[in-house]
Each structure stands twice: as C-alpha cells, then as structure tokens.
Ligand binder design. Structure first.
Ligand code: HEM
Length: 509
C-alpha cells in the first residue's frame, strides 16, 4: 500500500502491481513458465524479461512483500557504480538478519562501518598474491585426495553429485587459509563443517513457505545454539594455539594468525586473560570465511567442467594450454605448480573459461544495500534522482551478466570475451563483469578463489573427463540443461540437483 502510493506519487515506472499481492503474482507466473526449481535470486531477472520496459530504465521497483523485502532492482552498471563504487552504501539490514544465527552480524560479509573496516584491514594481508601462493602446497595436498576420489568414481562408473564432493574439497582448502589446519572434510569428516552446513540449513532467507516452516520450527533456536557451540568448540583450540605461538614468523598468514596478531598488538594482557568477547567475534569471522570460501568455489568448479563437456572445442583449447604451460603429465604438472605457483597465471584461456562461467552461473546473484539519510541514486541517462526511501537496493549482477546490451549472444558460452582486445565487439564493457562485486565491499577472497580454481581445474582436466547427467527432455534455462537452484539447505545458488556427473579417465588421442 505504502509502496504503491509512494511509487505513484513520484510517477515512477511500476510493473503490473496487485493491490493485495504486490508483484508476487507476476513472480509466480514466471516461475510457472519454468524451470520451476530455478533459484529464487534469479526471479527478478525473469520478471524483467517478461517486462522488457525495465531494460529502458536500468532498474525497477519490486514488491515481493511479505516473502521478501520491497526493493529496487538495479541492473545498469552506471547505476550500480553509484552505490557500490563511487560511494559504498551499507549492507542492507536483511544481511545481518539472515546470517545472524550463524555469525551475529559481526562478520566481514554483513557488518558495516568501523567494525567492518577494522576487520577488513586485519584480513587483507592474508589475501595478498604472495600469501595466496604460500597455500599452493596445501591446495595440492587436498586436491590429491579429491583426485583419488574422482578416480574411484571413474573405476566404479557410478553417477555422483559433484557439488557435494567439490564442497568437501573447497572446505578443506579454505580451512588451511582460515585456521591453518587440515579439516579432513573429504576423509574422516569434520565436525566444524558439518555443524556449519546444519546451521546454513537453518538460516532464513525469506518468508516463503519453506522459510516460514523453518521459523515456526520450535526446536530451531535450540539447534542454532547447539551448532554454534559445536563450531566454537572446534575453532577455539586453533585460536588458543595461535595465541601461544603468535610470535612465530614463518609460514602463511592465516586468518586466525592475523586476527590473533591484531589482538596481541592491541592488548598487553597476559595469556589466559584474553577477552571472551573478542574470541566470540573472531569465531564468527572464521565461520563466515569458511562459509564464503567453500560453496562459491565448488559450484564454479561444477559449472566449468559441465560447460566444457558441452563445448568440446573449448575443452581442447584449455587442454592444449595446460599441456603447454604445465606439461601433459599430471605428476610433473603438480611439481611445476609447487615449484612455480605463478605458472597458474599463465593459464589465460582457462582463466577466461572460469570468468565466462562466473558470468553465466555466478554463485552470488548480487549485493543488497541500504541508503542512509541523504544518500541518492541518479538515473544513468536522465540524471533524475530516484526516491530510495528505506527500500533494499539490489545490485543484480546475474541480470547484468546476461544483458544483450552489454554482452553479445548473452546466453552463449564464449570465453573469448575475456581474451578479446579493446575494440573487439566481444570486449567486456566497463563495470559489467562483477561476479565478485566491485568497490570497497568486493570479495576479499577473489584472488584466492581464482588461484584455487586454476589449480584444481587444470589438474583435473589433465586426467579426467566430466559428463553432467541431466535428462535431455527435462527443464531447460535458455536452451540449456544447466541452471542454478536454491536448495532449501543452502543459501547461495547451487547447480541443479547437485550436478549429477559421470567421471571417466581421459582418453588421449
Ligand atoms: C568463485 C568464488 C567466489 C565468488 C563468486 C564470490 C563472490 C562474492 C561476492 C559477490 C561478494 C559480495 C557480497 C555482498 O555484497 O553481499 C563477496 C564477498 C566476500 N567474499 Fe567472496 N566469493 C567467492 C569466493 C570467496 C572466497 C574463496 C572467500 C574466502 C575467504 C570469500 C570471502 C568473502 C568475504 C569475506 C566477503 C565479504 C567482503 C567484505 O565485505 O569486505 N569469497 N564474495
């Protein structure tokens, strides 16, 4: 009601809006058109396709209340720049609300202001190129466990849900960076990771029927408390060990060693007197890092291998490049990477493949922000000021990434976009490629993720073939059997049905 009157008072463009249901009916209509299990975060994009007038504006007001917040969906790069880069608007209050049961609003992803700035500068050195390269031996060690598993699938011929195996790999890798430890999610299982996954499944993303069922579950608060207790118990020994050894100079700068160092720099208190409130915040930071650093990378691994299966010509180019840069024998390739991690940066076509995959299937659909008093947004062409009120501002990169105004043949897999020279029609427009978001709240882990993906993919593609197994007569998204869904137990977008795949040993010609 308020939304409707505000929008009409200012003469703003409004999609067909029901007095009672807001935009829920048009959302239901696009979902019914299929695929029905499409990720909820892509629904604004599908609505926009049904209403091409939204392209003219570069934004639209969307009222999905009470399922989710009323919002302004922004999909024009010049407008995204205004609130993500020129000025970084605060993360919307929805973020700490959504992740609160996991990390109490004090983590790097959802916090704002001085608290966020302090912790970002504590963690920044951990994501320098040099420090990321120091994790390469650990990445190789964890990859070899993954490889053995994949080879066993190739021998047994069973179809496996690749997403869950790739997630165990990525959590074991990010465990090295966050806690400086092996988490063994791929082998014996890991209490911290299991509790993290159970906690993610309890988070409330929206007030859809699934969300309401979670909210009304009387044992949810107890489970949340128990999972947090398990994670804290699991993480605490690493913190205490870090405090004991905080003078140690050698080795990688892990998230926990950086956090401990900053604490020790500020406090001269004797051991044993460490502030419990600080420990709680540090534990929450580490939980969020483990979360942010695992399923984003695993989902990208799944989509890259699947897309390359459907594009054998591109796969051949990737493999020729790997042979040239790392050699065709995987043992020697691993030795070369361990000796000279910079070699991974020479895999330029593979990097283009990863970027093109992130364009089509980025695991994060966008960033949600909130304007403070006096903050404005202007239309990119007319310069008119848009009323923001207290609406959520959604920088919808998933929509921008498939906008034909900026990306020729937007639904096609064309890695050459990212090797094209300026002036080439394929060359990406400024500020249009934002899977890691841009500006000061961009992804702190992006270089870590790219290094990990280059390493794991180059070695896996040397030895193995991956074939996604989806029924050809099943639902399709822009003609493809590949698309993203919102599994009830996850919070980011994941490959449909966990990406069922057949793995086989590569047959060389
Ligand atoms: C393909 C992999 C990844 C993608 C696509 C991705 C994407 C993103 C995006 C879009 C954001 C902004 C979110 C927002 O505005 O709400 C973000 C933030 C963040 N990401 Fe990633 N991410 C990836 C991997 C990682 C990894 C490996 C880490 C490792 C720790 C990580 C840690 C974080 C953190 C801590 C933030 C919050 C940064 C801040 O606000 O200061 N991410 N990521």
């Amino acid at each position: 009601m308020r939304f409707r009157s505000l929008v009409s008072k200012y003469g703003l463009p409004l999609l067909p809006h029901s007095f009672v249901f807001g935009h829920l009916l048009i959302a239901a209509k696009v979902v019914m058109k299929g695929p029905k299990d499409i990720a909820a975060a892509l629904v604004p994009y599908l609505i926009s396709l049904e209403h091409p007038e939204t392209n003219k504006y570069g934004y639209f007001y969307l009222d999905m209340w009470p399922v989710s917040e009323q919002m302004i969906v922004v999909h024009h790069p010049d407008m995204m720049v205004q609130f993500c880069q020129d000025t970084s608007f605060a993360k919307h209050t929805q973020m700490p609300f959504e992740f609160g049961p996991l990390s109490h609003g004090v983590d790097l992803v959802t916090s704002n202001g001085h608290h966020w700035k302090t912790w970002r500068s504590i963690f920044n050195p951990g994501f320098s190129s040099k420090n990321i390269q120091s994790y390469v031996p650990a990445m190789l060690e964890e990859y070899n466990i993954f490889k053995t598993k994949l080879e066993s699938f190739a021998t047994s011929g069973e179809t496996v849900k690749m997403d869950s195996y790739a997630m165990a790999l990525t959590v074991d890798i990010i465990g090295h960076a966050v806690l400086g430890a092996r988490l063994h999610a791929q082998t014996t299982g890991c209490e911290i990771f299991d509790a993290l996954k159970r906690q993610i499944a309890l988070l409330l993303v929206d007030y859809s029927p699934e969300g309401l069922a979670k909210l009304l579950n009387p044992v949810r608060p107890f489970r949340i408390w128990k999972n947090n207790r398990t994670m804290r118990k699991g993480v605490l020994p690493y913190i205490l060990e870090g405090i004991r050894n905080h003078d140690r100079k050698e080795g990688s700068k892990t998230m926990h060693s950086l956090a401990v160092k900053s604490y020790k720099d500020e406090h001269s208190a004797a051991e044993g007197e460490i502030d419990v409130r600080w420990i709680d915040v540090a534990v929450d930071q580490f939980k969020m890092m483990l979360f942010a650093g695992h399923d984003t990378v695993s989902s990208t691994f799944c989509f890259v291998t699947a897309l390359l299966h459907f594009h054998p010509g591109k796969l051949a180019i990737v493999r020729a490049e790997i042979d040239e840069v790392l050699g065709s024998d995987s043992t020697s390739a691993q030795a070369a990477i361990a000796r000279t991690p910079e070699l991974l940066n020479r895999l330029t076509y593979l990097t283009a493949v990863i970027k093109e995959t992130l364009r089509l299937f980025g695991p994060v659909s966008g960033s949600v922000r909130q304007a403070a008093e006096g903050q404005r947004l202007y239309h990119h062409e007319t310069g008119e000021e848009l009323p923001l009120w207290d609406l959520m501002l959604f920088s919808h990169q998933a929509q921008l990434h498939r906008d034909e105004k900026f990306w020729p043949q937007p639904h096609e897999f064309i890695p050459e976009r990212f090797t094209a020279k300026e002036g080439d029609p394929l060359y990406p427009h400024k500020n249009t490629f934002r899977p890691f978001e841009m500006g000061s709240r961009n992804c702190i882990g992006q270089e870590f993720a790219m290094t990990e993906l280059r390493l794991v993919l180059s070695l896996a593609l040397l030895d193995l073939d991956f074939e996604p197994v989806y029924p050809e007569d099943g639902p399709k998204y822009f003609g493809s059997v590949l698309y993203q869904t919102s599994p009830p137990e996850e919070i980011t977008m994941h490959p449909r049905d966990g990406m069922p795949m057949n793995v086989s040993l590569r047959k060389r010609a």
